[in-house]
Design a protein around this ligand. Structure first.
Ligand SMILES: NC(=O)c1ccc[n+]([C@@H]2O[C@H](COP(=O)([O-])OP(=O)(O)OC[C@H]3O[C@@H](n4cnc5c(N)ncnc54)[C@H](OP(=O)(O)O)[C@@H]3O)[C@@H](O)[C@H]2O)c1
Length: 219
């Protein structure tokens, strides 16, 4: 912890979604560790981010070291590498919050909902990591394009996970990144957010957009 704020490892932070989240959290004053399959790539990516955000606390490491160093670990890798990434960090994340952003897309039909047998990628993460890890699924419906920009984000975040306090922490992280987030129930409800992404991909194609979702309370 630095300044009372947890440190956050963003595994896959060299890419689009993770890069955007890392940028927003670093800007909000969190210590961020960019995790990559290559420590050198993670370090280079961290140097670039630090150079664009003077005064920020950003470093890079390989996946396991990043997960070991951080209080909270965000997984932002393609579904094809989800299982392998989880296996690599399983030991390092025991007792921690793991934020899973994965959408189980199966190219080339990414506009078609194709959820895995366990029900969702979030549920798969919980199954692999075990009950001592508080897996929280979030950010599946936010376009990386918006995260990289400096404006507030016109998209809500659905937050699923079996531990309410862990969901609360992630809702706070979303708020610090400029997003409104909602409790969306237990981890198996991650299926809904993951499935919605294929619908947003369909809309994006037709509308040439970076679409998102909004929850209305109708009070
Ligand atoms: N892009 C979006 O707008 C968006 C929105 C919502 C959710 N998501 C979800 O967030 C996750 C990351 O998406 P992304 O668009 O950020 O992905 P990406 O840029 O293609 O990849 C992110 C990082 O994952 C690592 N990686 C591990 N295995 C890989 C593989 N087989 N192929 C390519 N990269 C691999 C790479 O890091 P190293 O080489 O450094 O290891 C890469 O920089 C996905 O599960 C996606 O469904 C994305």
């Amino acid at each position: 912890m630095s300044d009372g704020k947890p440190s956050i490892a963003v595994l896959g932070g060299t890419g689009d979604l993770g890069g955007g989240l890392a940028r927003r959290w670093a800007k909000a004053g969190y210590k961020v560790i960019i995790g990559s399959r290559s420590a050198e790539k993670g370090i280079n990516s961290a140097e670039e981010l630090k150079a664009s955000l003077p005064g920020s606390d950003v470093s890079g490491a390989d996946l396991k070291d990043a997960a070991t160093q951080a209080d909270i670990v965000a997984v932002t890798v393609p579904y094809a590498n989800h299982g392998a990434t989880l296996e690599q960090i399983k030991e390092a994340v025991q007792g921690k919050i793991v934020i899973d952003t994965t959408v189980p897309l199966r190219p080339p039909k990414v506009g078609r909902v194709q959820l895995p047998e366990a029900g969702s990628a979030g549920q798969e993460a919980q199954n692999v990591l075990g009950d001592d890890v508080r897996v929280v699924s979030a950010f599946q419906n936010v376009a990386a394009h918006h995260l990289m920009a400096d404006h507030d984000i016109d998209c809500d975040v659905l937050v699923s996970g079996n531990n309410v306090e862990a969901r609360e922490v992630v809702i706070g992280l979303a708020a610090d990144g400029g997003m409104k987030a909602w409790h969306a129930g237990p981890i198996n409800n991650a299926a809904a957010a993951e499935a919605l992404t294929s619908i947003l991909i369909q809309i994006n194609k037709r509308e040439k957009a970076h679409s998102g979702i909004r929850i209305t309370l109708g009070k």
